[in-house]
Design a protein around this ligand. Sequence first.
Ligand SMILES: NC(=O)c1ccc[n+]([C@@H]2O[C@H](COP(=O)([O-])OP(=O)(O)OC[C@H]3O[C@@H](n4cnc5c(N)ncnc54)[C@H](OP(=O)(O)O)[C@@H]3O)[C@@H](O)[C@H]2O)c1
Length: 244
Amino acid sequence: MKKSLLILTGHTKGLGNAILERFLSLENTQIIAISRTGLEIQHPNLTEVHLDLSDLAGLEAHLSKIFPTGDFDEVMLVNNAGWIGEVKPVGKLHPKGIRQVMNLNLLAPMILTNAFAKAYSEVKGRKVICNISSGAAHKPLAGWGEYCSSKAGLAMFSQVAAKELSDSGFRVFSLAPGIVDTEMQAEIRAADESDFPALDRFKSYKESNQLSSAAEVAEKIFYLLTHSELFPEVLQDVRNFKLP
Ligand SMILES: NC(=O)c1ccc[n+]([C@@H]2O[C@H](COP(=O)([O-])OP(=O)(O)OC[C@H]3O[C@@H](n4cnc5c(N)ncnc54)[C@H](OP(=O)(O)O)[C@@H]3O)[C@@H](O)[C@H]2O)c1
């Protein structure tokens, strides 16, 4: 039977939790899941790692323990953990907030992608890195200077990594998940209107049921990960593909 490995960040809530649930339904996938907190579940395929990914020194110190060795036929990394950051205009941001969001949304995924590529270069089967980006990577939104910049950086890094790693068999994606009904959206709706001019639009998405569920987006991400050969482009948006 095929032996697979999934390394997933941000598995305790929202989209990451739905991705975790999808992979836990499989028999043969070993999962390393990284978040600050943990889940009250025991599963033979799941190993939880408690790490604050915005603490880069802590991440570097743990790095050698995150990537299991094994005779894997398929290896997948999903950099999903993220934060909207301070929803405030430039001039009202705090240096600590800027640092935290860039560390979590951009630098930790870069560090994990780099270590993953090194650890699994010899795997012969499917090797996929999926960095969860956002439509905001390509569209400036007032109040989201930290978030837009971090996701734009991640999208560019993914495109460079895709070029560099293709010869060794890795596929790299930067994936926008659409607007998903998670705590992150609740945090966005709690912003101050004077700091975030698009507040009413985001409130209306929720009121008019325009948000996707985390489970339906996770199903599409599962399909992308397990059928990567059908997706030639690095930049992906779940709103642009339908499940068969
Ligand atoms: N929701 C949307 O509409 C939307 C749209 C576009 C893109 N995205 C992207 O999709 C991804 C998932 O978002 P979501 O909406 O599911 O967010 P969420 O509900 O807020 O969940 C975030 C996850 O990341 C983990 N996390 C947060 N800070 C962390 C840290 N410092 N270290 C380690 N883990 C951390 C959280 O776990 P702990 O609290 O246990 O650490 C949680 O499991 C993010 O990258 C986000 O930018 C979301």
